[in-house]
Design a protein around this ligand. Structure first.
Ligand code: LLP
Length: 463
């Protein structure tokens, strides 16, 4: 076919993209269920529906850009994690991935606990009725005010991140006449990323207290002497978007080793071990995440084996998945504004959002998928870069993907797997209005976080 048959842009054969899409998928109309939430499907007319509602209707009612969150999928994922880990372990949803009062209510109803890492997240959790004892409070630099609020509220656990904080939390608890349950976050010397983990160059970061050089053992020593603290366990979080369990294996082994040292030195068997979050999800067809039951089994086996080897009773395990629960449950819906074919390169498709609603591509070089969702198309695949409307050339939403060559302004396109770290990291860059989060379930859609307005911007700008 001649180039002129593809006026909207270069064909896939002209350029080799850098990302996963070395070749276009056989049929652009087929939705890869790996990257879409479970109630997403195409209706008879080819339009995408979620929770039984067509995207065109959603766009009309709620505008674009907007995040649409599949409530049934969210709840099902919560249940899958809770069931997989069972009654002898605890699942803490990591609120940093995305938190709102509706999310807190769903977590509560589905029996999950919640990890918060700021006063704002704590307030949201308490306001929406999460029982304080089901909250874990994280952060490498909690303010005294935040610590006071957490201790007063009676949070179930504070994860101590530095020597200063051990003393700070102990003082606050004592002043408030309480004994606060705490864990110590240790740096195990493993940094894990997708498909790999490295066991060097890991202590050079701000979180936790290093196992290396006996620092973590010293932290335990100090925590055990302070009246305001009840040290219950050790915490470790090794990274993000992890598929390979090898990093957790090393981490668990090293944490268990510390538990054994603590027993030998103090005669105390700490009863909890938290292995953090970081489990990966499918952003593109190339990603193959594990199911919660596989993860639970792998982690359980590792900890049990290591504890048996060290003659320790198996501690209660907890995990803190954020992305793996909320990430796959939402997509971002955009309207196509302009289409700019760059001869011999690729076609730039500009949408009505961008780095203000998804900073992950610019920040981490993250990969995403995209699909034309307001209709199907039999046109040839066209290599595109989906970009936003911000004044920055790095304002990229999807680096390399294929969309049909007959894509036109006004079409709706959706980027799946944007439930985690998109709304929660959204900004007002260029005075963009942060998009709403709309929960969809059983044919009903409701706003759980409303769209910002220009009045919101002016209200903050006190002149
Ligand atoms: N627990 C702790 C102590 C953490 O620091 C984190 C993430 C989690 C749990 C949850 O991790 P998840 O299961 O969601 O991967 N903004 C980045 C991710 C930063 C994660 C920071 N900590 C992103 O957009 O990929």
């Amino acid at each position: 076919m001649s180039r002129s048959a593809h006026p909207a842009g270069p064909r896939h054969a002209d350029v080799v993209p850098e990302g996963h899409y070395a070749a276009p998928p056989a049929d652009l109309n087929i939705l890869d269920e790996k990257v879409w939430s479970r109630t997403v499907t195409r209706d008879a007319d080819g339009a995408l529906t979620v929770g039984g509602i067509e995207v065109a209707r959603l766009a009309e009612e709620f505008g674009t850009p907007a995040y649409f969150l599949d409530e049934a999928d969210f709840r099902a994922r919560c249940r899958a994690w809770a069931d997989a880990f069972g009654a002898d372990a605890d699942v803490y949803y990591a609120g940093k991935a995305f938190l709102s009062r509706a999310i807190v209510r769903w977590l509560r109803e589905e029996g999950l606990n919640l990890d918060v890492c700021s006063g704002g997240e704590l307030t949201t959790a308490l306001d929406a009725g999460m029982p304080a004892e089901r909250i874990a409070f994280h952060g490498n630099n909690k303010t005294v005010d935040e610590i006071e609020r957490a201790v007063s509220a009676g949070v179930g656990r504070i994860v101590l991140d530095s020597f200063q904080e051990i003393v700070r939390v102990a003082h606050v608890a004592q002043r408030l006449g309480k004994r606060q349950r705490v864990q110590i976050r240790v740096t195990v010397g493993v940094e894990a990323h997708t498909h790999e983990f490295i066991a060097t160059a890991h202590e050079d970061q701000k979180f936790g207290i290093a196992l290396a050089g006996g620092l973590a053992a010293e932290a335990v020593r100090r925590a055990l002497t302070l009246d305001g603290l009840e040290l219950t366990g050790i915490h470790s979080h090794i990274g993000s978007q992890i598929f390979d369990m090898a990093g957790f294996e090393v981490s668990a082994r090293r944490v268990v080793q510390l538990l054994a040292e603590v027993r030998d030195e103090h005669g105390v068997e700490l009863s909890e071990i938290d292995l953090g979050g970081g489990l990966g999800i499918a952003y593109t067809s190339g990603d193959d995440p594990r199911e919660p039951h596989e993860i639970a089994k792998a982690l359980g086996d590792i900890v049990t084996r290591e504890c048996e080897a060290a003659s320790l009773a198996t501690p209660r395990i907890s995990v803190e998945p954020g992305r793996a629960i909320v990430g796959p449950t939402a997509f971002t819906l955009y309207e196509v504004g302009t289409i700019k074919p760059l001869e011999g390169l690729r076609t730039y498709v500009s949408v009505d959002g961008g780095m203000s609603d998804n900073i992950r591509t610019a920040l981490y070089d993250a990969e995403y998928s995209v699909a034309l969702v307001s209709r199907t198309s039999d046109a040839e695949p066209m290599l595109v870069r989906v970009v936003g409307k911000h004044c920055e050339s790095g304002d990229i939403v999807v680096k390399d993907a294929f969309l049909p060559a007959d894509l036109a302004p006004g079409d709706l396109i959706a980027v799946p797997a944007t439930g985690a770290y998109c709304r929660s990291m959204a900004s007002n860059y260029n005075h963009a209005l942060r998009p709403p989060v709309v929960a969809v379930r059983d044919g009903e859609a409701r706003v759980i976080v409303r769209r910002e307005t220009e009045e919101d911007l002016l209200r903050l700008d006190v002149g």
